[in-house]
Design a protein around this ligand. Structure first.
Ligand code: ZN
Length: 167
């Protein structure tokens, strides 16, 4: 009779990992290699394509996975590109391409919009996630897997080092 390993990645586990994220041209988009990235598995804390690739993995394992946009930050939506009047921005702010602002979405959610063009009195902003439409190539090393606490499961996120700190 074999004993089930207790530290396999599955829902309700807290996972610590290192990762490097590259686009399809090999540019590094993001990385965390100091053992400080931790998340609650099965709680939509990370993108679906990465979460499913990590199912069943154990500490010490490495995972290389390419995540298509539909399993990542979605496809780019051209209707999220829109021109807004310059006077919607602070008058004393220098508005330039690449700047990011927080805006309110139709359901009250916070959106990050990126300025893509400034022409006279008009500013063109892109409401797509900066990684929408991008193929995401992750190289992951699983460092630690532990049971989530009841409180973490209720909150849907990790507490303590590398996690959410409450007042
Ligand atoms: Zn919490």
């Amino acid at each position: 009779m074999e004993t089930e390993p207790q530290n396999v990645i599955e829902p309700q586990k807290v996972v610590t990992l290192n990762y490097t994220l590259k686009d399809s041209d090999g540019n590094v988009l993001d990385e965390s290699n100091d053992g400080n990235f931790t998340y609650l598995h099965g709680a939509n804390n990370i993108i679906p394509g990465l979460e499913s690739a990590l199912n069943g993995k154990q500490p010490g394992e490495t995972v290389d996975v390419s995540v298509a946009p539909e399993e990542g930050y979605g496809e780019r939506d051209p209707t999220k590109l829109q021109a807004v009047p310059r006077d919607m921005f602070p008058a004393d702010a220098e508005i330039a391409s690449g700047m990011q602002f927080h805006a309110q979405g139709p359901n009250g959610e916070v959106l990050v919009v990126t300025v893509v063009d400034v022409t006279g009195d008009e500013v063109t902003v892109d409401g797509n996630h900066p990684l929408a439409g991008v193929e995401l190539n992750f190289a992951v090393e699983v460092l630690d897997v532990r049971d989530a606490s009841r409180e973490e499961l209720e909150h849907g996120h990790v507490h303590g080092p590398g996690g959410h700190e409450h007042e």
